[in-house]
Design a protein around this ligand. Structure first.
Ligand code: ADP
Ligand code: MG
Ligand code: MG
Ligand code: MG
Ligand code: MG
Ligand code: MG
Length: 669
């Protein structure tokens, strides 16, 4: 979630006067980075993952599972008295948007193929969090605190979803949500300010309408919406913003309070980093669908399986004019200009997507790329484009310049008073301000001005893969991370031969498709017909075909070649099943294979089935407290590899379950 500078974050109305300054300075900082690091080469394939957890408070007596906002001090401990413990375990903890959230990464990046170490490291992170939470005295007789890696808490925003007394005896003036008290937000001033600034710039509360799953007794409207008279005009927006047949969400926390799994990879040099970014573009929607884990929001079953568009809407700071729609309440949002000042109001651009969305542009810079592939409507900041192209520090080529010129159409939404004056030769603060609040399915991460070719102590050019939904177990999270790593290694190893380009518009299309319920079983996605040809021809394929087809499938064209190159197999990944050394990697691959062929469910499907088959389910699409409690308990058992109720077998199938129950990680043997 970006840097956490100490200092005073400015409210939108005070910060907006710095917008142009920050953007201009940010670009100068970027130019110094290019000047320093463009010629860097031969960097190793270092990489890492980021896992997000929710801390839960489970009341075993009243049978309620709640988000836990009372133990965020453990982040402080991990940074201080428990830092040695983190270091020994090679892990790092980071703050996230939710006060109930933890993020954890390996302490130092992985180097190439890591076999079981990733899972072992993930397990250490979870164990440390558990260990710390266990040390807090609990107030109730039968109560426990646990970290859980669940993409969305199904009852977020419902009655008693937080372990807090009387959340509604005071106003939540930061988000002004009808459902989320401000106490869900991290206490660091950056987060509430960000929340307020997005709302004020937009000129309305954020508004997310998620299709509701329709069952026999599902009400026509989201009946959790209520009338309130705390805030003018926000409380008057509800009727206009919500829609029949949809779940209505109205706060940043619904999106940024969800958890994901991200992977960052270092490329040997800038050209390979650009190639890697471009080649991964279409993997993002495919893996969003392949990792689907979010079928319920705010106590309702949704008619979709993933979190993505919820976050997208939850941080959508665009004014109505930028979105090309009328304001909800014209009286309060004059000409749909939201919180723009007079000068900015004169240069409003139409912006098709939220700052959290699918990638916009290929970066180009390799022999396979053709400019016609960038075939979507992508506004750019012309002034920034010109500067990037024409300067005496490090002129960029058009395609790369366009990428940054697009990121810089956004305004800074988190400005610290103390950070306005920076030395552009050494700081990337202003550049990172825009870069780290453009949340796309991939992120192209430039290094810093320190990254001159001879300085290998600092990171080089990296690409981050961001679509994955977090999985319940360390086994699954290691499996998805390993799978993406193998694809990346394959791309970097055979970059001369693999052409994975299809038109960008088809990737946008795939991103929509990836949201659909059971997309993994029922949908078709654009996929390249052949990665060996110079053209950009694609067809629509099922997920099963995209992964398993013997000609163009991911296993045949990415996984087998790289495993062969490493000398792990002769021709097919399934040979790993008889390997002693890489047996667990076989099961990582098998998990993805079985899910994408529909043999075993995604977490989304597992959770949906659990809810719909629960005795307390009334065919009204509602997730009651009891259903939620039982679901969380099941999730916790699965996380702990406890199959006493056959839940692991339902999620993983018999073969994977048997393997997991009888084979410890080699590091633990
Ligand atoms: P952000 O939240 O900005 O994406 P984090 O610091 O949370 O950044 O995570 C960065 C990830 O990148 C971690 O998994 C870390 O291990 C990994 N990483 C660190 N250094 C490198 C490097 N040189 N190359 C690739 N990955 C790296
Ligand atoms: Mg994070
Ligand atoms: Mg992070
Ligand atoms: Mg990240
Ligand atoms: Mg091994
Ligand atoms: Mg092994």
């Amino acid at each position: 979630m970006g840097l956490l500078a100490a200092g005073t974050p400015l409210q939108w109305l005070d910060s907006r006067k710095y917008n142009e300054f920050i953007k201009t300075q940010g670009i100068e900082q970027l130019l110094y980075v290019f000047q320093a690091a463009s010629k860097r080469n031969n960097d190793p394939l270092l990489w890492g993952d980021e896992l997000e957890y929710m801390m839960l408070d489970i009341d075993l007596e009243s049978k309620n599972a709640m988000l836990d906002i009372n133990h965020d001090s453990i982040l402080h401990s991990f940074d201080n008295e428990d830092f040695p413990l983190c270091r020994i375990n090679d892990v790092l903890f980071h703050p996230e948007y939710g006060r109930f959230m933890l993020e954890a990464t390996p302490g130092k990046p992985y180097d190439g193929y890591m076999d079981e170490y990733i899972e072992f490291n993930m397990k250490n992170r979870r164990n440390l969090a558990k260990f710390k939470l266990d040390q807090f005295p609990t107030t109730k007789k039968k109560e426990k605190l646990v970290p859980i890696s669940l993409t969305v808490f199904p009852r977020m925003g419902c009655e008693d979803f937080l372990n807090m007394e009387n959340p509604w005896d005071h106003k939540n003036s930061v988000s002004r949500s009808l459902f989320l008290p401000d106490e869900v937000i991290n206490r660091h001033a950056r987060f509430p300010t960000l929340t307020g600034n997005i709302r004020i710039r937009r000129g309305e509360k954020v508004c997310i309408n998620i299709p509701m799953f329709k069952d026999k007794f599902t009400p026509k409207f989201d009946d959790s919406i209520y009338e309130r008279d705390w805030f003018t005009p926000e409380d008057q927006e509800t009727l206009k913003a919500s829609k029949p047949g949809f779940i209505y969400l109205d706060a940043m926390g619904f999106g940024m309070g969800s958890s994901c799994l991200q992977n960052t990879f270092q490329a040997p040099d800038i050209d390979k980093a650009r190639y890697l970014y471009d080649s991964l573009c279409n993997f993002a929607p495919i893996f969003l669908a392949a990792s689907a884990a979010a079928p319920a929001f705010k106590g309702w079953l949704a008619d979709q399986d993933v979190r993505w568009n919820v976050i997208s809407g939850a941080v959508d700071c665009r004014t109505p004019r930028e979105r090309n729609v009328p304001p909800l309440l014209p009286k309060f949002n004059k000409d749909g200009l939201g919180g723009l000042d007079e000068v900015a109001s004169k240069h409003v651009q139409k912006i098709p997507k939220s700052r959290y969305s699918c990638v916009d542009l290929y970066l180009g810079g390799n022999k396979f790329f053709n400019r016609t592939l960038n075939d979507t409507e992508v506004p750019i900041n012309e002034k920034i484009l010109k500067r990037l192209l024409e300067n005496d520090k490090a002129p960029l080529d058009y395609d790369l310049a366009k990428h940054f010129a697009h990121l810089f159409i956004r305004d800074p939404i988190s400005v610290f008073e103390e950070s306005i004056n920076q030395d552009n030769k050494t700081s990337t603060n202003h550049f990172e301000n825009l870069q780290s609040t453009n949340w796309q399915s991939l992120r192209f991460k430039p290094p810093t001005q320190e990254a001159i070719p001879s300085n290998k102590n600092v990171p080089g050019w990296r690409v981050e893969f961001r679509p994955l939904e977090v999985q319940l177990t360390d086994f699954e999270n290691a499996a998805y991370s390993t799978f993406i790593y193998l694809i990346v290694d394959c791309l970097l190893t055979f970059s001369d031969k693999i052409n994975n380009y299809i038109p960008m518009s088809q990737i946008w299309d795939n991103m929509h498709t990836a949201h659909h319920r059971d997309a993994i079983l029922n949908e078709k996605f654009y996929w390249k017909d052949s990665i060996d040809s110079l053209d950009f021809k694609s067809s629509k394929y099922s997920m099963n075909e995209i992964f398993h087809d013997s000609q163009m499938g991911i296993f045949a064209t990415f996984i087998n070649p790289i495993l062969k190159h490493k000398g792990f197999i002769q021709s097919d990944w399934q040979e790993l099943k008889s390997s002693k050394e890489h047996l667990r990697t076989y099961y990582y691959l098998k998990l993805i294979s079985d899910r994408t062929s529909g043999k075993i469910p995604t977490i989304a499907k597992y959770i949906r089935n659990f809810i719909m088959n629960h005795p307390d389910y009334k065919h009204d699409s509602k997730v009651s407290k009891l259903i939620n409690f039982d679901l969380i308990m099941a999730c916790e058992r699965i996380t702990d590899f406890n199959n006493s109720r056959n839940e692991m077998a339902e999620l993983f199938g018999k073969e994977i379950t048997d393997y997991l129950l009888t084979n410890k990680l080699s590091y633990e043997k």
